[in-house]
Design a protein around this ligand. Structure first.
Ligand code: GLV
Length: 323
């Protein structure tokens, strides 16, 4: 029997074409994202799903799909999927680790530099025609915060956190890190989360969003941050209490922030973080380079191809399903 696979977006890369050779593939062609009701409709009767981080794969959806045999997500994070519900059914879930490490670390460092040196504000200033002889170079014109020689605190010292630490070394930064299970990494001082927040001029988040890390940086933790610090989040929005962060910026406790991920995406225009000119924002583009997205799509396709051949996925989040 030819198995049916739903792919919720047109994918770059080469390997997606191989999927069509061994299954009956239905690709959602848009426009835009496949809405939840459409996902439920299109997935009915499918054996496999290749999804994006924008698709919500919750227990109700999984329970409604008796034929589902595998899910492959084109993302490293899987907080959009109810992993336990899949595991209980013996359904493997694939993800795409590794290939996006450097690209995401580059994005985090870009946001750190942009927030420190006020690049978002400066860009708007020029485009809006505010740069004039009366409002131009002066000793304190667009002065920001030094990155070179400052202290960086990395929350989550996995592959991306370590790649950020390597970039920081090039800026002569002192690097502190907190990881739930402490890790020895040369050039990185392992500290408690509290010490990291107290000592760091810049804090960059690189943990996955789980029940344990939801609101990890709440009002109390944000209040512990060094006065004048900068927070960078390229991990997941739910890890930071956005209202508390906005309040800390308004009150002058924090200097700036670089935020690529939001609790609710696309972000609503009344999100308090958007009111702050010192917050550099981006629409969840940490892994967004042409090459990295093609590599991620290839891995997502390879995970699906393995499942179609009844083989273990090369990158499986719940390998216990293979017994
Ligand atoms: C991006 O955020 C990913 O999880 O791949």
């Amino acid at each position: 029997m030819t198995k049916k696979v739903l792919v919720t977006h047109r994918l770059p890369g080469e390997r997606i074409h191989d999927l069509a050779h061994c299954s009956d593939v239905n690709v959602w062609m848009g426009p835009g994202l496949l809405p939840a009701a459409g996902l439920r409709e299109e997935l009915a009767g499918c054996h496999g799903l290749v999804c994006m981080l924008t698709d919500r794969i919750d227990r109700a959806l999984i329970d409604a799909m008796p034929d589902l045999e595998f899910v492959s997500s084109m993302s490293v994070g899987v907080d959009h999927v109810d992993v336990s519900a899949l595991t209980e059914r013996g359904i493997p879930l694939g993800n795409t680790p590794g290939v996006l490490v450097d690209t995401t670390a580059d994005a985090a460092f870009a946001m750190l530099l942009a927030a420190a040196r006020r690049l978002g504000e400066a860009d708007r200033f020029v485009r809006q025609g505010n740069w004039s002889p009366e409002n131009a170079w002066s000793p304190d014109f667009f002065t920001g915060k030094d990155v070179t020689g400052a202290t960086l605190g990395i929350i989550g010292l996995g592959e991306i956190g370590q790649a950020v630490a390597r970039r920081a070394a090039g800026f002569d930064m002192r690097v502190l890190a907190w990881n739930r299970t402490p890790r020895e990494v040369p050039g990185v001082e392992s500290v408690s989360l509290e010490e990291l927040l107290l000592r760091s001029d810049f804090v960059s988040i690189h943990v996955a969003l789980t029940d344990d890390t939801h609101n990890l940086l709440d009002a109390e933790k944000i209040a512990m941050m060094k006065p004048g610090a900068v927070l960078v989040n390229t991990a997941r929005g739910g890890i930071v209490d956005e209202a508390a962060l906005a309040a800390a910026l308004s009150g002058g406790h924090l200097y700036a922030a670089g935020i690529d991920v939001f609790e609710r995406e696309p972000v609503s225009l009344d999100n308090p973080l958007l009111e702050h000119s010192s917050v550099v924002v981006a629409p969840h583009i940490g892994s967004a380079t042409v090459l990295t997205r093609a590599r991620m799509a290839d891995i997502a396709s390879e995970n699906a191809l393995a499942a179609l051949k009844d083989q273990p996925m090369p990158h499986c989040v719940n390998p216990e399903v293979y017994g």
